[in-house]
Write a protein of this length. Sequence first.
Length: 289
Amino acid sequence: MATTTSTTHDTATTSNHGIRTVHSASDEEKGLHRTTTGVTMSPELFEKLYLTPKFPHVGDYNKRFANPTALGFVGFVISTFTFSMVLMGWGGANPSKGMSPVVGIFFFVGPVLLIFAMVFEWVMGNFFPMMVMGLFAVFWLSFGVLQLPTLQLGAPYASSTDPSGLASSEFNAVVALYLIVWGFALFTFFIFTCKINMVFATIFLLVSVGAWVLSGAYWMVARGEYSSAEKLMKGGGALLFVVALLGWYMTFIIMAGEMRITLNLPVGDLTHFWPRTDVDLEVAEQKDR
């Protein structure tokens, strides 16, 4: 039989196999369970911190390396906040004149942190966060290229009335098509976030719609309807601002969890609608038979 001893704060349980587990009330509130060999966490907590279902992994990388998810989120959130506020024209900002003053968000703040996070998500075997970090890293890099006047990307479309070519219908139609494709890519990711939590899913849903709204703004420029383009640009900026707020909320939750700060902030867990993934595939297949 197993023997159990209790104190005011902790409970120690020794199994028939001699494995001793210490249960702490505060740890259990956080979903942590301490054993003599380390700390395990519930699938719900794992998905909250790493934004991916808990799968059995070969190795102990998540014990030896720090959680990189929050780092990628910080790069994404700072870039998205800045981008959205410029699109909405806050403080006199004019997105029609380009974003060269904040070009750093497209090449450094966003991509550098996202790429670092992506590499370590890959090392730790976290498939979906790796895909998310890589996706947003290349978006900021590719969209940032459009903001560099030195590249003169509109030169092939230049005319006597538009020496830069950036206001031409052809140039803006191409960018609009590019954003439509991004919208579908982001919406594909949204489908898979429905297995994680509501906050993460809402981020991808809104950013997908935001990409399509911004695509509409470029279509309006291509048609010469600048008033409609400005409204769509502000609408897209507003959607991205909400995305940044939700991203910051998730960043705060992940950092609080890693710092062992007890916060029961809701994320709208969706994992209980799906089969458990923290078991070996072989075992899961046997149960299905």
